[in-house]
Design a protein around this ligand. Sequence first.
Ligand code: GLC
Length: 744
Amino acid sequence: MTLRNLIIGMMMAAPALQAATPVYLDESKPLEDRVEDALSRMTLEEKVAIIHAQSKFSAPGVPRLGIPELWTTDGPMGVRPEVLWDEWEQAEWTNDSCTAFPSLTCLAATWNPEMAKLYGKSIGEEARFRNKSVLLGPGVNIYRTPLCGRNFEYMGEDPYLASRMVVPYVNGVQDNGVSVCVKHFALNNNEINRHTSNPIVDDRTLYEIYLPAFKAAATEGNAWSFMGGYNLFRGQHASYNPILMNDILKGEWGWDGAVISDWGAVHDTKSAVEGGLDMEFGSWTDGLAGGASNAYDNYWLAKPYLKGIQDGTYSEEQLNDKVRRVLRLTMRTAMDRNRPWGSMVSDEHKAACRQIGGEGIVLLQNKNNLLPVNTDKVKKIAVIGENAIKMMTVGGGSSSLKAKYEITPLDGLKARLGDKAEIVYARGYVGDPTGEYNGVVTGQNLEDPRSPEELAAEAEKVAREADIVLFFGGLNKSGHQDCEDTDRLGLELPYGQDALIERIVAANPNTAFINISGTGVAMPWASKVPAIMQAWYLGNETGNAIADVISGDVNPSGKLPYTYYATLDQCGAHKLGAYPGTPGVDVLGNEVMDMPYNEGIYVGYRFIDKNKLKPTFPFGHGLSYTTFEYGKPTVSKSVMTPDETVTVSVPVTNTGSRSGQEVVQLYIRDLKSSVDRPVKELKGFEKVDLAPGQTKVVHFEIGKDALSFFDADRHEWVAEPGKFEAVIGASSADVRGSVPFTLK
Ligand code: GLC
């Protein structure tokens, strides 16, 4: 046989070989055809195996068919270190240190969807590099109470802001062939009693406040998986709640993704099977409980489910729907051979971390333009507070990370200003000197034997002798602070910071308080401290991002994604007595904690406006080192029909001496409605970059959706004809103009 004939022979055979590629492995075929083909080849045992965990964070796939395992990983702000097969403890790999990105409240505070896309792209690249198919985030639960221990993992109090910010994050991650797992669907708005909390929420509140961000992620972001919450809703666990999963997510929204339980959120087979759950993870947590060699076989969706199908209790068709969703998720991720390769702690990721952090920092107050620090005049800087030196990437629960490095605020300030001014540090107080989570240690030794008075006296002296004081206070990732599985016990700052800041500002009026936290705190001394900044948890580049803003290299442009309440009774959840709830029972008769959401839709600034309250700082507030002037808003037409839109335009001018970004906010006010409505609701925002003296006209297109409320009786969104007002604000409390228009 000559070589020529051999080649001809092979070419002749090629089509036959070509046909041998099964449809489910042929990426040129439509996804649904591939799913059906794979499903048709699977045994009953394989179908049941694929829908539950085989290890702490993975599910088995179908080895016989070459369908790969599905690996998941936390978390919303960085890729968790590898853990041992059945453990929460880290596996002590040496190549899984990551970029810890800023907390999601910081991302929300940028009010910049481009930052959300950059964030998603960057964290998606790290998850891809670590060969994970599902990133267990982002969280978009609503900031209903400032006490929720996981507020730092979410995107604030307003459904519209969270909706606009979650979609680009989802797209950025999934462009890497990594699925998001939007969590915790739904109503997981507190950590206290998180496994038994049973929010009692009316439909209008559910649809107007708690669903929009999830709906945007599902229907606009096309998220490939969701995570059900631990809590209940109307007596049934969220992870398999028929209303949330079957009626709304898969029904009304027509979503084709896979619902993954939270870890240990499944409590029985029948409910899970019928309640729309597709994958069970984390039951009994260590995979070995239940006295079996492999407890994963005893998962609720494992042997008990297989037996139930074999004896006819459950239909195989019901199982097939779950399997289709898991196959779809696998083919969109692990079986996509064209996925990019990802990257880990790249220079781009460092830059992204620093940029997002810098854009998210919120300048809350800046009397006498104390900031930025001008080292022509300032020659001695006092840096005070444990949060200036304490690493924050470790701890806080499942979002804890093994960061490649973490630049603390003090490090960042020394690097940026240390050659122009003397920087003197004083601890001020000892809060939490520990630094370990699931085997990851910060390596810092923050032990300090001195007494509180010695520490405070030293800080007071250092403050008195300096030209300016930068007090780094706030919270940390310890229990009952910004930490999963616990809520805070009050709004106050811990460790006696309130008394200390009063002493410090008395010793030196040129004091700035930089609050390191993921959630709001009480600031009873706010009127005495000239400068106040909200600096979040900023991840690896913390110190650099903070120094960028403190030095003036970066002009702060963040705006608050939630209200800074002065007291808890300015918050509806607490004022109307719906937290933490009262004893009740679930649909199976188990003890739960009923938590009536008596405040209804009046969450955050909606409650503040309705009750004419004055919080410490309002939703949407944030200053700049420059100033902005707003012109008069105008509308393209004064009357619109339901199928038309009206364009609201407003000129904004930078009236200061340096360039800066301003977030122009559009709120809609319904002047007359058949139901009680908030004074105004956020329905648009745009971040504009302006050079000194520059003017840009910002346009908002308003359709009937922005005018609608959810009519629970008709179960649909309704825009009632009548007068509306487009209210333009630099914050929810700083209205710069408004213009009326009518819906016919
Ligand atoms: C945790 C959290 C969830 C996390 C999961 C895996 O309990 O509630 O957000 O992704 O379990 O760690």
